[in-house]
Design a protein around this ligand. Structure first.
Ligand code: 48H
Length: 257
């Protein structure tokens, strides 16, 4: 006879162990779009002993990749992005010289599976609502249930400490905004957030790796958030830059360590 209370206990205990083990970690990633997932994967690949947790506001991970372009579920990548996608086991097709396509469903599923299997702990349906900042150095994240925030419930959050934080929140670059809103200066020309530029795919894909960097002590930015912070262009449904930016932020964090 199945005991319903054992099913409940198994879920509650296993989940809580996972969460408690994520309260003091090496890297906390915010946002499970293509750049955040890729960043987690490459960090673990290079240094398997790192403790990494990724927090995603939505129930589903994958961010803006599922929808391809205008909900046509194909994405475009160039040669360098194709190499990363193929490492994840995704089949790519040559469209024309320099342009490859991949099924967006296959891409998200493969990246997500590789990232989970690498040992990155993913917490979905949890939003990052603030950061811990001590003496002008970021030390961790403040988290809450997305559902509680959506309902406007007055529920105090919980917090965790992390040696590094990655803002992989895409267009809204939410972690950068949270820090700037507290009156803190970012490592940008103005000390603030420039906001992303209009669409210019070639520039957006080129500049994203330069923009993938530390923006505040212990806070790094990757993916679309990197261009949003530094005024880089948007690029539409071409995703190589997101994958390369995730890989690059992992490399830059490891170089600094
Ligand atoms: C927890 C959060 C929070 C928060 C946001 O948008 P994403 O897919 O981000 P990237 O940078 O990996 O990829 C960008 C790409 O999808 C894209 O939009 C492109 C290429 N656009 C070009 C163009 O021209 O439009 O994923 C970000 C994820 C999402 O799943 C959010 O739900 C999540 O971050 N998120 N999670 N706490 N505070 N804020």
């Amino acid at each position: 006879m199945l005991d319903e209370t054992k099913i409940s206990k198994a879920i509650i205990k296993t989940y809580m162990d996972k969460l408690v083990n994520s309260l003091n970690i090496d890297v906390a990633i915010v946002g499970a779009g293509p750049s955040g997932l890729t960043a987690g994967y490459y960090l673990k690949k290079q240094k398997p002993d790192l403790k990494i947790a990724l927090f995603e506001r939505k129930l589903s991970i994958g961010g803006g990749m599922w929808g391809g372009g205008m909900m046509m579920n194909e994405i475009v990548i160039q040669e360098e992005g194709r190499k990363i996608l193929e490492k994840f086991g995704v089949e790519t097709k040559r469209f024309e010289e320099g342009y490859f396509t991949a099924d967006s469903i296959e891409s998200v599923s493969a990246i997500a599976l590789c990232t989970v299997k690498s040992g990155v702990r993913i917490f979905n349906a949890i939003s990052v609502e603030d950061t811990i900042i001590e003496d002008n150095i970021a030390r961790g994240l403040v988290i809450n249930w997305t559902s509680a925030l959506d309902m406007g419930l007055h529920i105090d959050p919980l917090a965790l400490r992390a040696a590094h934080i990655i803002d992989a929140t895409g267009h809204p670059c939410e972690i950068a905004h949270l820090i700037a809103k507290k009156g803190k200066k970012l490592f940008t020309e103005t000390g603030g957030i420039t906001g992303e530029g209009a669409m210019y795919a070639d520039e957006g894909e080129r500049i994203i790796l330069k923009n993938t960097r530390e923006i505040f002590p212990n806070v790094w930015v990757c993916g679309m958030a990197a261009n949003a912070v530094f005024g880089g262009s948007r690029m539409g449904p071409i995703f190589g830059g997101m994958l390369l930016s995730g890989k690059t932020v992992a490399e830059r964090i490891l170089e600094k360590n």
